[in-house]
Design a protein around this ligand. Structure first.
Ligand SMILES: [Zn+2]
Length: 163
């Protein structure tokens, strides 16, 4: 690949469960319920990983970290993000910026957004202003409105590394 810029998009959805802790953007958030999944079910980090992989046409998170593998059971998704970004670097690219949106009714995540950005910037050795996290609800409509689950969307711009 030789283009100066590559753009990628990622989307992820997880179902809520009373038996799980809520992990979003790499941090634990106080909540009556968490998200179900093979890993820690960090829906935001999964969308970001998918956007990064998509930018270089490298497949998706399920291809790189199969949910049938014991290796990834309950794994901290920050490790998945780190592995994903190493792959991006090996392919000659680095992060330009990330823009993302979390869609869920509750809990309100705005108070945690700054810490999430810090966690993600730390994993990617990036500057905090390269990471945007927005949050919205679905106005009580659909499965998100019924508080059955959460969704996350992300776009990532990668720039070619200079050698
Ligand atoms: Zn996921």
């Amino acid at each position: 690949m030789s283009a100066q810029f590559r753009i990628g998009f990622g989307c992820d959805i997880h179902k809520f469960s009373r038996d799980r802790i809520l992990v979003l953007g790499g941090i634990v958030i106080p909540s009556e319920f968490g998200l179900e999944g093979h890993s820690d079910a960090d829906v935001l980090l999964h969308a970001i990983c998918d956007a990064m992989l998509g930018a270089l046409a490298l497949g998706d998170i399920g291809k790189h970290f199969p949910n049938t593998s014991d290796e990834f059971k309950d794994i901290d998704s920050k490790i998945l993000l780190k592995h994903t970004y190493e792959l991006i670097n090996q392919n000659g690219y680095e992060l330009g910026n990330i823009d993302s949106t979390l869609v869920m009714e509750k809990p309100k995540i705005l108070p945690y957004v700054q810490r999430m950005k810090e966690e993600i910037a730390n994993v990617l050795s990036a500057d905090i202003n390269q990471i945007s996290i927005k949050a919205t609800t679905s106005e009580k409509l659909g499965f998100i409105g019924r508080e059955e689950g959460a969704a996350a969307y992300a776009v990532v711009l990668l720039t070619k590394k200079e050698n």
